[in-house]
Design a protein around this ligand. Structure first.
Ligand code: FES
Length: 131
């Protein structure tokens, strides 16, 4: 019998402007894993399901208590906080994508400071009239 695994398909993107692609990973099943701890296991062993060593997946977390929002991502099609989403509640393979409303920095990491940079753009635009 095969050992139980956690299977994840992760949408990756190397730079803000490069095309996205999907990579599949399998990690040994462990009870109580949430999406953040599964991503940590992948970071320790960034090897795809078909055996290729790849760059570690970029993502963020901070509080681990469902407060800061840094770990927000699209999990199986729904925006959720990875630190509080238990693997056992998810259908596999688990699909992880970056939040779609923010510019992608890399992989699952988005730029949540967009509101701030939009303000800077407005200031730059105003600046054009007053060189
Ligand atoms: S790490 Fe802060 S909400 Fe998940």
């Amino acid at each position: 019998m095969m050992d139980k695994t956690i299977d994840l398909d992760i949408r990756r993107q190397d730079t803000p402007y490069s095309p996205p692609y999907w990579q599949a990973f399998s990690i040994p099943y462990q009870e109580g894993h949430n999406v953040v701890s599964a991503l940590m296991a992948i970071r320790e062993q960034p090897i795809t399901r078909d055996g290729h060593r790849v760059d570690p997946v970029a993502w963020e977390f901070n509080c681990m208590e469902e407060v800061c929002g840094a770990c927000s991502m699209i999990i199986n099609g729904h925006p959720r906080q990875a630190c509080s989403t238990l693997i056992d509640t998810l259908e596999q393979p688990i699909r992880l994508e970056p939040l779609s409303k923010f510019p992608i920095v890399r992989d699952l990491m988005v730029d949540r400071s967009r509101i701030f940079s939009d303000l800077k753009k407005v200031r730059a635009w105003i600046g054009l009239g007053y060189p």
